[in-house]
Write a protein that binds this ligand. Sequence first.
Ligand SMILES: [Zn+2]
Ligand SMILES: [Zn+2]
Length: 365
Amino acid sequence: MQITAAVFRAVGTPLTVETVELDSPQGHEVLVRTVATGVCHSDLHVVDGLGRFALDKPFVLGHEGAGVVEAVGPDVTTLQPGDHVVACLSGFCGTCRQCLSGHPNLCTGGIVNRPAGATPRLSQDGQPFQTFAGIGSFAEKMLLHENSLVKIAPDLPLDRAALVGCGVLTGVGAALRSAGLHAAQTVAVFGCGGVGLSIVQGARIGGARQIIAVDMFDGKLAMAREFGATHAVNSMTEDPVAAVRALTGGAGVDHAFEAVGNATLVRQAIESLAIRGTATIVGVLPPDAMISFPWMAIRPECKVQTSRMGSNQFRTDIPAYLDFYRQGRLNLDAMVTRRGRLDEINDAFRAMKAGEVARTVLLFD
Ligand SMILES: [Zn+2]
Ligand SMILES: [Zn+2]
């Protein structure tokens, strides 16, 4: 079948909206009509040729997708046509060591794409196209493994549910799962884009006593306050480490989160910790990034850890976080600061770089 998709061809060039051939579902695959997709920094990283996502071949990006199941392969057992679904990067095999030890977000089973040499899911004039993490939501239809999808209640708005598939899952999960913060603890969040704002929300849901938002943009700090930050620090006008110390009576915070992927912010997060504090690095740094800090900056028994996709178990986490939304405890409405169509994708990237948005959502209907 022919579908319309935004195609990435080379680093630094705009995506182009093209007609692409989509195969029919095989085995455990599901065909989904895309209704909405968020535009995530990880997509932009590919376009900019950054980090481990550096790729220079035809690709359909997009991974924060939500839609309606149209057809399923013969081996699919968890979904049927008509189901509303959210896609997630953390497709899991269910049989590898990480999956079996309760960490499916770290799955090494490699089931999200078809095996090498198989008929490609997407192609154009015989040339195979790849998809981001086996998803490819910058397209009017997605063909993906059933373990990359979770079914959600049909009354939920798909444009907001889509965000929970990546940015919100990553941020709320970093606070509640990776950091495991306790009620009445103190928190600082470095970087208040879509993920940082979701960490702020996760900290609020988890009962943090103090949530200090740090960013370069006053607009983002105002949003962070709207999402539950109790204090805001503009890192262009104040030394954020000194500010965090002052706001916590000199103690530092129990949990500091880095949500950008910047070595300076990682160092600042570590230096902001209280005794026995934990720094959780959520951002993706360039592979060769080096982080150095004076030994005395580390308080006794502090921990530094990374978080991959909010340490999620998304088949249960996404419905739980959507319950928070229904109950008014998780604000997804204000996370969507911009809506557009597929052919406005390049402008969505521009707005993201300019720091204008929490999230742009592209709509297909
Ligand atoms: Zn993402
Ligand atoms: Zn696995």
